[in-house]
Design a protein around this ligand. Structure first.
Ligand code: FAD
Length: 326
């Protein structure tokens, strides 16, 4: 059996690794230059920035077992940071924090590890799928055709899945009903230490939702390197704003949140995540249209976190295995 997986985030990487281990011939297509999607890391001369997922928690036994293996192999470590809530300048330390994990030395190592020996085509955006007899072919935006495949898995955010799901009205309806909120990530290096008594904070009553000193995570390079995440409300109102304008807004918000002047900025840039966090999906599951030979997985099919994305890939593999005797 030959299966194409579209999207090399943690969900696509997980289902691809499971299929490969079951002896299926798998090919993964990713529009970006490398795998990991929203768990990617921006590498700059000023240091590395985890500009998407900041950390992850592990509650489900299947994910916990994988995390334990990653820890044993030095790919994951707990992030023992001082994480607080900041509300109108008042700092409150968490009373019973969960164990938060990060990829080492960057978040993107985990999707790379899962993909391992699986065939990965990066820089290929799949624009359409075509079904002929009982096999699929994929067309990329450059006009090249890939295939044939017996089945396709879409492991992309719901709005990006919809145009590829024409052959399965039920899956298309489901993806169309899911929504993902945007987020701006401003990546900043200060010339000096930001004078705050914490490593990261959930911010309330602000255009900022979260701030983190990136080098407080294990194995990170850089000094005085911070990641600032906006609230969905802020980003919805600034979808077309210039990155420099957003950087200024979020730096001003940071100054207000910590009630003080900021050190001089050595570098600042802003990345817009159009589909950052799923707003629906909890309690549902990844899905397979057996007749069409199409599957969907991704965080939005289960929840809104790294763990949900991983589990969605794992669960979809289980459904495919049972359906097709893999
Ligand atoms: C700013 C931000 C902060 C977050 N913070 C946390 C956190 O602290 N903890 C947590 O647990 N989760 C967090 N998350 C959520 C977490 O990152 C996601 O739940 C998870 O990474 C989603 O993985 P995925 O594989 O489902 O999707 P993605 O990572 O989005 O992967 C989908 C991939 O598909 C590719 N793709 C899309 N369309 C096509 C196409 N047509 N052809 C080819 N490739 C395509 C994309 O380039 C992408 O690489 C955060 C997310 C963001 C954006």
């Amino acid at each position: 059996m030959r299966i194409a997986v579209i999207g090399a985030g943690i969900a696509g990487a997980t289902v691809a690794s499971r299929l490969h281990a079951a002896g299926v011939e798998v090919e993964v297509f990713e529009k970006a230059r490398g795998p990991s999607g929203r768990m990617s890391t921006r590498r700059t001369e000023h240091g590395d920035f985890d500009h998407g997922a900041q950390y992850f928690t592990a509650r489900h036994p299947v994910f916990r077992a994988t995390v334990a293996d990653w820890i044993a192999r030095g790919l994951v470590a707990p992030w023992d940071a001082c994480i607080v809530t900041v509300e109108d300048g008042i700092v409150e330390v968490e009373s019973d924090p969960p164990t938060r994990y990060v990829g080492v030395p960057r978040m993107s190592v985990l999707a790379r590890d899962l993909i391992g020996p699986v065939a990965l085509r990066t820089g290929v955006r799949i624009a359409s799928l075509a079904r002929a007899a009982s096999s699929w072919s994929l067309q990329d935006e450059g006009g090249s055709s890939w295939g044939p495949y017996d089945a396709c898995v879409l492991a992309v955010p719901a709005p990006q899945a919809v145009p590829l799901l024409e052959a399965s009205p039920a899956l298309a309806r489901r993806a169309a009903a899911a929504s993902l909120a945007p987020c701006h990530a401003t990546l900043v290096r200060f010339e000096d230490k930001l004078p705050v008594p914490f490593d990261a904070a959930f911010v309330r009553h602000s255009p900022l939702a979260w701030i983190a000193r990136n080098e407080s995570k294990p194995g990170r390079s850089g000094a005085h390197v911070w990641v600032l995440h906006s609230t969905p409300e802020y980003s919805l109102g600034r979808l077309e704003a210039e990155p420099a304008e957003v950087s200024q807004d979020l730096l001003r918000a940071l100054s207000r949140a910590v009630c003080g002047a900021l050190p001089e900025v050595a570098f600042a840039t802003t990345h817009r995540w159009l589909h950052a966090r799923a707003e629906s999906g909890r309690g549902t599951s990844p899905d397979l249209d057996r007749e069409a030979g199409l599957g969907v997985c991704g965080d939005w099919t289960l929840g809104d976190r790294v763990e949900d994305a991983f589990l969605s890939g794992d669960l979809l593999f289980g459904v495919m295995r049972d359906a097709w005797g893999l």
